[in-house]
Write a protein that binds this ligand. Structure first.
Ligand code: FAD
Length: 292
């Protein structure tokens, strides 16, 4: 283990594996510091030690929205092996940030609690979804959020009420590692929730390319437009650089046809931005997080 981190105080693993193994789009190389966190208490230690060494941290959930390039000295911390839990506190449900969003929706359904069905089918963890203010079909996760518990970038455990945070289109002011999130959900019969979940998943399967790895929507929708439609109108569907391809099903999705690498993705992203700007006069903004 590198000197920056004191191995005696940590049960978490400093992994040698490639980020490709964790990335939803199957792209990425080795990181200098890739932690597979095992305990919340370890998170504080890792973050404090990283902070002391002036290293930035990057929380990683489902890695369904991150394109990994050369991550340099960043301290990447995967949440997947931290114990998961759900607790009912009065009318709030407190869930650990590493819960898969679909598993959470399914679990809540059993208690006749719904609302988050619009997120069904996305390969996100709760923490990533909250950090990104994930949304679909005109709704976003922040509408159901009450508060979050984070490990701050100084390594301190803090509760932050929703009112103290800023939520925008796929953007929040959250700084730190979310460890828990509290939601107020809607009372709904289980069968209604199930029907809605099934409908959402069917709609997604029709509209989105689920047969290849991707990061979902590459670009944000510019005000008054759909990024996918703009890209399609520029006749870019099916455009391919290396194994990165503009999906023929949904032009705002870039898929990995097999062995796409970071540079293929970046070149394709730049090509799309250039074409859309030249033909439509609109500069697309990335929705995905590029870490390079
Ligand atoms: C097929 C497909 C469909 C998709 N559909 C949608 C959709 O309908 N709507 C939508 O909004 N998105 C969609 N996405 C994109 C993606 O799933 C969402 O952005 C999701 O919220 C990311 O969650 P994650 O856990 O994978 O986060 P990651 O990709 O792991 O991280 C995303 C960002 O959140 C940060 N982060 C992650 N965990 C934490 C944490 N615990 N604390 C603090 N910060 C954290 C990361 O540092 C990073 O900046 C889709 C993706 C795919 C592949």
């Amino acid at each position: 283990m590198e000197k920056v981190f004191d191995s005696k105080t940590l049960t978490s693993i400093l992994s040698e594996s490639s980020l490709k193994d964790y990335s939803n789009i199957r792209i990425g190389g080795k990181a200098k510091y890739l932690f597979i966190a095992k305990r919340v208490s370890d998170l504080s230690l890792i973050i404090t030690q990283a902070n002391k060494a002036n290293l930035k941290i990057l929380p990683v959930g489902g890695a369904s929205n991150i394109l990994f390039g050369n991550v340099g000295d960043r301290v990447l911390i995967l949440d997947r092996d931290i114990p998961q839990n759900i607790a009912f506190k009065r009318d709030e449900i407190v869930v650990s940030s590493n819960y898969n969003i679909n598993a959470f929706i399914d679990e809540m359904m059993k208690h006749d609690l719904g609302g988050l069905e619009f997120l069904s089918g996305i390969p996100a963890h709760i923490g990533g979804a909250v950090h990104m203010n994930a949304g679909a079909f005109g709704k976003s996760i922040s509408s159901y959020l009450e508060w979050i518990e984070i490990i701050s970038i100084k390594g301190k455990r803090e509760i932050i009420q929703k009112e103290e945070l800023h939520f925008d289109y796929r953007k929040t002011s959250i700084n730190g590692f979310i460890i828990n999130a509290a939601f107020k959900l809607e009372s709904k019969p289980e069968k209604d929730i199930l029907t809605e979940v099934q409908n959402i998943i069917s709609t997604r399967k029709v509209r989105h390319p689920y047969d290849y790895p991707s990061l979902g929507s590459t670009f944000k929708n510019p005000a008054g437009y759909f990024a996918g439609k703009l890209i399609e109108e520029c006749e870019l569907k099916g455009t391919r650089i290396g194994d990165a391809e503009v999906s023929k099903k949904h032009a705002n999705f870039i898929i990995n046809r097999g062995n796409a690498v970071f540079d293929d993705m970046i070149k394709l992203i730049e090509l799309i931005k250039k074409e859309v700007f030249e033909k439509k006069g609109i500069m697309l903004e990335l929705e995905i997080k590029v870490i390079n």
